[in-house]
Design a protein around this ligand. Structure first.
Ligand SMILES: Nc1nc2c(ncn2[C@@H]2O[C@H](COP(=O)(O)OP(=O)(O)O)[C@@H](O)[C@H]2O)c(=O)[nH]1
Ligand SMILES: [Mg+2]
Length: 263
């Protein structure tokens, strides 16, 4: 059913494609999840050196199982390079993803929904996951949050109920805003293709309607805005500049202190 992922030069977008980008930080389990859908080990897992970690990488599924109404269409699950935990690389990574999504829009492919993977064993919700959540919202826009699923992974890492409590906390304190706008939360259980398909089927049930469009696609393709002026791009660039400025200030203070010690 699943076909090996295709790299940019071999992959031709088709108008009827239903595209589901899989976003999230590096190590959250994106490639592992997609391999469960494809039924192969096609996506490189856990390595930093393959092109999939720098370039989005489409895995194609034809025919789409269980949905006779979608039989003439292809399901394209897009593996993406992980959002980074350094502020400076993020604009480059997200621009790369945005360029791909723009190409899909230009060819008339529909966004079936967006998956955002989150490792549930992560202890604290620091500024990095917060920044990533903002980026997700800026990529999708409010309207597409209805087609967004927060997929929690790594449920097998701890066996007691700490993780369920953490999931409740995520829903109540951090994801409450996007849940109110229509996003939902689902668990992916490692080793279960069924669990991966259950998540995708939530989106496929609605894939027959009007084509899905993300905010970043509307901005870049329909309105011709450059990435740096999109909500996602602009915000990431501002955050990166602020971070660089903080580092410059810290360096200055450090140099001053070192001089004082030497004298
Ligand atoms: N125990 C456990 N390990 C996982 C799970 N999902 C992914 N992994 C492991 O986490 C590492 C990173 O996974 P990968 O799919 O490459 O993450 P990506 O960077 O988001 O694509 C790999 O060693 C995977 O085997 C999970 O649900 N449970
Ligand atoms: Mg990966």
């Amino acid at each position: 059913m699943g076909q090996p992922p295709l790299h940019a030069e071999k992959f031709h977008i088709q108008g009827g494609d239903i595209v589901i980008p899989v976003l999230g930080p590096t190590g959250s389990g994106k490639s592992t999840f997609i391999n469960h859908l494809l039924g192969t080990e096609s996506m490189e897992v856990g390595h930093q050196t393959t092109s999939c970690t720098t370039e989005p990488c489409p895995g194609i599924i034809i025919p789409i199982p269980n949905f006779p109404n979608l039989r003439d269409r292809r399901l394209v699950i897009l593996d993406t390079p992980g959002f980074d935990d350094t502020y400076t690389k993020d604009p480059v990574i997200v621009k790369n993803i945005a360029d791909w999504l723009s190409q899909y829009r230009r060819k008339g492919a529909s966004i079936g929904g967006v998956l955002y993977l989150h490792d549930i064993s992560t202890r604290r919700f620091t500024s990095t996951p917060n920044k990533n959540l903002h980026t997700l919202c800026h990529i999708c826009g409010d309207a597409s949050l209805k087609r967004t699923i927060m997929v929690t992974t790594n449920w097998d890492s701890i066996t007691n109920n700490v993780l369920s409590e953490r999931e409740e906390e995520m829903k109540a304190r951090h994801w409450n805003g996007i849940i109110e706008k229509g996003a939902c939360v689902r668990r992916f259980l490692l080793g279960s293709s069924e669990s991966a398909w259950d998540i995708i089927n939530v989106l496929l049930r609605r894939a027959d309607g009007p084509p899905g469009v993300l905010q970043i696609q509307e901005e870049m393709v329909d309105r011709g805005i450059g990435f740096q002026n999109t909500e996602a791009g602009g915000n990431l660039l501002r955050v990166a500049e602020k971070k660089r400025e903080q580092e410059r200030q810290q360096e200055k203070t450090f140099k001053k202190k070192s001089l004082c010690v030497v004298q």
